[in-house]
Design a protein around this ligand. Structure first.
Ligand SMILES: [Zn+2]
Length: 257
């Protein structure tokens, strides 16, 4: 990770050049995570990542796991997108298949990349690019009882959708959240806060997403109003930014000799 100032300059440039307007949040949020991470890697790591991605852009790497979701060949990855833990319960390390085991698998693959095929390394990179985004979406780390908000129907912008959808797509689409919005959040962080965010600990990251859940469920009459949207727009921007910073830190560690 480069210094705070040098991080901002290239990103500002990218934000002027990039247009995400044709994508839904799912795609757009993941792309921003991938882009923030890739552009801020140290040069050695960035060159390695670029080599193994073999022409796949960081944005496409970040959305790949969603793109292949309906392909039975990748069915074994389905449970890696999330973890559901009942309200009041804490994460416990076990042999379950979930987002933590998915990230752990992909990271370990990258560490032993010299023994793997180029294709296996590429796949592991794409898994990390995606899952570091999912881990920051509080409802991908939500309660088992309502399947991460999938079973909660709410009214949002006069339409009925699940709470999960509001967080996956609804707010980012209606508010047109951009890379620049995420960088505004970055500017409000101190160096110390940035250092804390990039400290590698999957469980800390998971728990940080889960601390947002009471706020995610803080609405009345199953209605998502303007106040909720403006409050949580900032949360989503912050989470996307954290995803990028953390993915960057993780990749740099994975490619360290
Ligand atoms: Zn996902």
């Amino acid at each position: 990770m480069r210094s705070k100032v040098s991080l901002l300059l290239p990103l500002l440039l990218i934000s002027l050049l990039s247009s995400y307007s044709s994508f839904g949040w799912g795609k757009r949020g993941h792309q921003m995570v991938g882009e923030i991470a890739f552009r801020n890697l140290d040069k050695t790591t960035r060159d390695s990542v670029k080599k193994y991605l073999e022409g796949t852009t960081p944005e496409d790497a970040a959305t790949w796991m969603d793109d292949v979701r309906s392909d039975p060949k990748y069915g074994y990855m389905a449970a890696w997108h999330y973890i559901n833990i009942d309200k009041g319960q804490a994460y416990e390390r076990n042999n379950d298949t979930n987002i933590i085991s998915g990230i752990t698998f992909a990271y370990n693959q990258l560490r032993q990349r010299s023994k793997l095929s180029r294709e296996e390394v590429k796949t592991s990179l794409k898994i990390l690019f995606h899952l570091l985004g999912d881990l920051q979406q509080p409802l991908h780390t939500g309660y088992k009882s309502d399947r991460g908000g999938n079973d909660v129907n709410v009214t949002f912008n006069k339409a009925t959708m699940s709470l999960h959808q509001v967080w996956d797509e609804g707010i980012i689409e209606s508010q047109n959240i951009t890379l620049e919005n995420c960088l505004d959040q970055y500017r409000s962080f101190s160096e110390q806060q940035i250092n804390d965010i990039e400290l590698i600990n999957y469980v800390v990251w998971l728990n940080q997403s889960r601390t947002l859940l009471p706020q995610v469920y803080n609405f009345k009459n199953n209605t998502i109003d303007d106040q909720y949207v403006s409050l949580n727009k900032a949360v989503i921007e912050q989470q996307i930014l954290c995803g990028g910073i953390r993915l960057c830190a993780l990749l740099e560690r994975a490619f360290r000799k």
